[in-house]
Design a protein around this ligand. Structure first.
Ligand code: SAH
Ligand code: SF4
Ligand code: F3S
Length: 465
């Protein structure tokens, strides 16, 4: 197989890389071979896996969901918390076992964990059966890494941040809703968070490229796009003359796509202009994920979050007042180093005031290399677990109360697939991102239908067309 610019591609100085796009759809090299791809972590990784799938398929591999059938296994990993690490190495144990029976099996590991020096050291020392290790900055090299691998460990992980990629091939999981990257990396450096280290500095895509991609998706019949970034509302800040996030939202809305979503927004970059734009355009969904992390000003400061409780609440109420029927969800960390009972109560106070539609709650997990990991922590894990349980109880109460407001109402739902437990039902999401199970057949998949809500639970709704 012809590898264009291979030599140039090997010159890897920071910010000066020759990119190789091996997008050879006709390659027969691995036809009849199967790939098994497992994805951990956030939407960013889910979308990266769509690129990984496309690159594997360009070499002739086809997808399998049975590990035992695989000729190559790729684990796209997450580093956000310690338990993510444990899950990956647990699964690798299964892969190692399989490789004993099937020595030709290729095992690959990529994603945020691969960007951690300590993980690379661990792999080198204890996991020689992993063949291909690549990072978040060189997914585009995957075909080359596979073609050149001689069933021995090759580690190709870089810390360079490089330029922004365009024309990336994707095998999208859905024919109706699509992820669209608008920026890579993050510049916020919240003191607990590993993402700026694993994903690098913020790099925004050009708005013209984003709009081009959305228009192509519209032409293919996509109903929904989700603009993706760690900090979407800081979009374009590092590019001179680029649109603001509100202007980008407006431009995406005007492509005519039925639904526009975006994750994740940082409260610090949330502008009045954004609120006005979301309120103005019907196809921009009234759903905002607005991570709080903590309600205590003291902890927020230690976290480097750049807002106070008062500022968060002001923003929250502005959003609620100005965007009709908006749903707001959040992320909360309990047990940040030396979080006192008083600090925790401040978090509960905000949760009680905001009554979020939903919240992802986490126990703080120290991440090597981050400033918070060096902070002395005197709070026991048992204490943190108690706080988490208490928080979850309150969070779930508000989820249910918010869901109950939907009873007997008619809401638009984009039907996405067949209910896994009941084949006579399909499921989809409301404009406000509520999961709804509906009686109906697979013919509805891909359509936005009006559904009357008949039952409300903490985490989902039931409805009828
Ligand atoms: N960019 C997004 C979130 C990225 S990570 C934002 O800024 O909101 C998703 C969530 O994981 C975070 O919102 C935070 O609540 C949680 N998280 C991040 N680092 C963590 C850590 N070290 N321990 C526990 N939770 C963490
Ligand atoms: Fe992490 Fe903060 Fe960036 Fe979110 S904004 S990815 S929490 S550093
Ligand atoms: Fe995890 Fe990396 Fe996302 S650390 S949360 S997969 S950016």
């Amino acid at each position: 197989m012809h590898l264009p610019n291979l030599k140039e591609a090997r010159i890897r100085t920071k910010n000066e890389v020759e990119y190789v796009y091996l997008d050879n759809k006709n390659s027969q090299e691995f036809s009849n071979k199967k790939y098994y791809l497992k994805t951990y972590g956030c939407q960013m990784n889910v979308h990266d896996s769509e690129e990984i799938a496309a690159r594997l398929e360009s070499l002739g591999f086809t997808k399998t969901t049975k590990l035992e059938d695989a000729d190559i296994v790729i684990l796209n990993t997450c580093a956000i918390r310690e338990n993510a690490h444990d899950k990956v190495f647990g699964f690798l144990g299964r892969c190692k076992h399989l490789k004993r029976e099937k020595p030709e099996l290729l095992i690959g590991l990529c994603g945020c964990m691969a960007q951690e020096e300590s993980v690379i050291a661990e792999i080198k020392e204890h996991h020689p059966y992993i063949d291909i290790i690549f990072g978040t900055h060189n997914i585009h090299e995957l075909q080359q890494l596979i073609l050149e691998n001689k069933h021995q460990q090759e580690i190709n992980v870089y810390s360079y941040e490089g330029k922004v990629f365009e024309n990336i091939p994707y095998t999208r999981e859905s024919q109706y809703k699509a992820w669209v990257n608008i920026q890579y990396g993050c510049d916020k450096f919240c003191t607990y968070c590993i993402v700026p280290y694993t994903r690098g500095k913020q790099r925004s895509r050009k708005s013209s490229e984003i709009i081009k991609e959305v228009k192509e998706l519209v032409a293919k019949g996509y109903q929904e796009v989700t603009l993706l970034g760690q900090n979407v509302n800081a979009y374009g800040k590092e590019l001179p003359d680029e649109l603001s996030f509100a202007e980008l939202l407006e431009a995406v809305s005007k492509t005519g796509i039925a639904r526009v979503r975006f994750v994740t927004s940082h409260p610090w970059d949330f502008t009045d202009e954004m609120i006005a734009t979301i309120a103005k355009y019907e196809n921009i969904m009234p759903y905002i994920h607005l991570p709080l992390q903590s309600g205590s000003d003291r902890i927020l400061k230690l976290m480097g979050r750049r807002y106070t409780q008062k500022e968060y609440l002001e923003l929250f109420h502005k959003i609620k007042e100005q965007i009709p029927n908006v749903a707001v969800t959040t992320d909360i960390i309990v047990g940040f180093p030396n979080e006192t009972e008083e600090d925790f109560n401040e978090t509960l106070k905000v949760v009680n005031k905001c009554q979020f539609d939903g919240a992802f709650t986490f126990i703080y997990s120290p991440r090597e290399g981050t400033p918070a990991a060096k902070m002395v922590d005197t709070i026991s894990l048992a204490e943190k677990e108690q706080r988490l349980a208490k928080l979850n109880e309150i969070v779930n109460k508000y989820s249910r109360l918010n869901n109950e407001k939907y009873l007997n109402k008619k809401v638009p739902v984009l039907i996405e697939g067949i209910n896994k437990k009941d084949p006579n039902k399909v499921f989809g999401y409301t404009d406000t991102m509520k999961l709804v199970n509906v009686k109906g057949s697979k013919d509805l998949i891909g359509q936005i239908v009006d559904v009357t809500i008949t039952d409300a639970k903490s985490f989902s709704l039931d409805g009828e067309i």
